[in-house]
Design a binder for this molecule. Sequence first.
Ligand code: FDA
Length: 391
Amino acid sequence: MKKSYDAIILGAGAAGLFCAAEAGLRGRRILLIDHAEKPGKKILISGGGRCNFTNLGVSPECYLSANRHFMKSALSRYTAQDFIALVDHYGIPWHEKTLGQLFCDGSSRQIVDLLLGRCKQGQVALQCGKAVRSVTHADGFYRVTTDDFEAEAPALVVATGGPAIPKMGATGFAYELARQFNLKVVQPRPALVPLTLSREDALFRELSGVASEVIASYGKTAFREAALFTHRGLSGPAILQISSYWQSGHPVRINFCPTENTEWLVKAKSNSPKNTLCQFLRRHLPDRLADVLNERLALDGILAELPDKALRRAGAQLANWEFYPDGTEGYAKAEVTAGGVSTAELSSQTMEAKRVSGLYFIGEAVDVTGWLGGYNFQWAWSSGWAAAQIL
Ligand code: FDA
């Protein structure tokens, strides 16, 4: 038997759960469908199990999109402070870890429980473990068919995220639906993802496990955080951040000595003349990293014997080390998907498709991608909230 609702939401992740709850609490009859057996799986594993649920520094500059203004409306109408107030209302203790990143003191499960509790209060009908077989649109109604039931509603919200971490049930279903309705999709790509290094940089792969604070930059964008060497290349927060901007064939630049200027090795020559460059670097950097950088710089002998010019050049190279990644570790390791349903197709006020009445896209499915650090969940809350106000 076909059941009718005010809106059907596909995807019970962060955006779908939040949107369903808010619309349900506004008195709308909502059906929320997910093909996974349980809702909110990414929330559960997020932030190392503590869910970095928002960031105190949320602003449009912290997001990538073909339209850098698109996210402004939603972010300003449902803010980080709004979500913090909700977390407080449910008595969930939290703390700021670093750089404005807010985590639960306890577990991510508390955020999922908050969302499920609100869905229950809003009488949302939640159907998990239901693969969507078809979506059609006729006579002003969206009809969704699963193996077990059919449902219809005048509004359909697509909150199925992107394909990052497919083994968790992530899919590109939102893009298929967008194309079904002739909406443009900005080429999706893995983001917040480790970068792989080519053979020329094989020496650095030997550093697997070594971490160091760096400034990683691409073009004019730079992040000062930790970088981590892996057996395949580069990872750690600074690299994940810059990976979202990186384009194949171009270099990522690493400043290994973010607190120093290019004169520091010349100064070192007068302060520690009997040190070799390697000994000196070992005082500032992890030993194994210092050894590899020293090998590449190829300046033998004690500092006193090295010309200032060579030391300046070495200082400049350490501050601007170029890596040419040969790729990324792909969707299997990506924290998010960049690109997605084109913002040109959507209203920034409501997330509704401009050319298809009653069809909405929210969360990661949309071409809006946040930095690492709680920005992506805030986008899920803000975009979900925007749609919920109009359902
Ligand atoms: P999300 O992916 O959460 O939900 C989509 C839902 O749709 C899923 O439940 C899925 O099963 C369902 N679905 C997919 N295809 C379907 C289909 N065909 N039919 C039915 N259902 C379907 N962000 C952040 O801000 N802070 C953090 O701490 C972290 N940490 C983090 C860790 C890891 C390991 C990952 C992979 C990601 C993060 N993120 C994060 C990113 C964050 O998880 C992500 O941006 C949001 O979950 C996006 O929310 P959505 O609801 O849009 O998609």
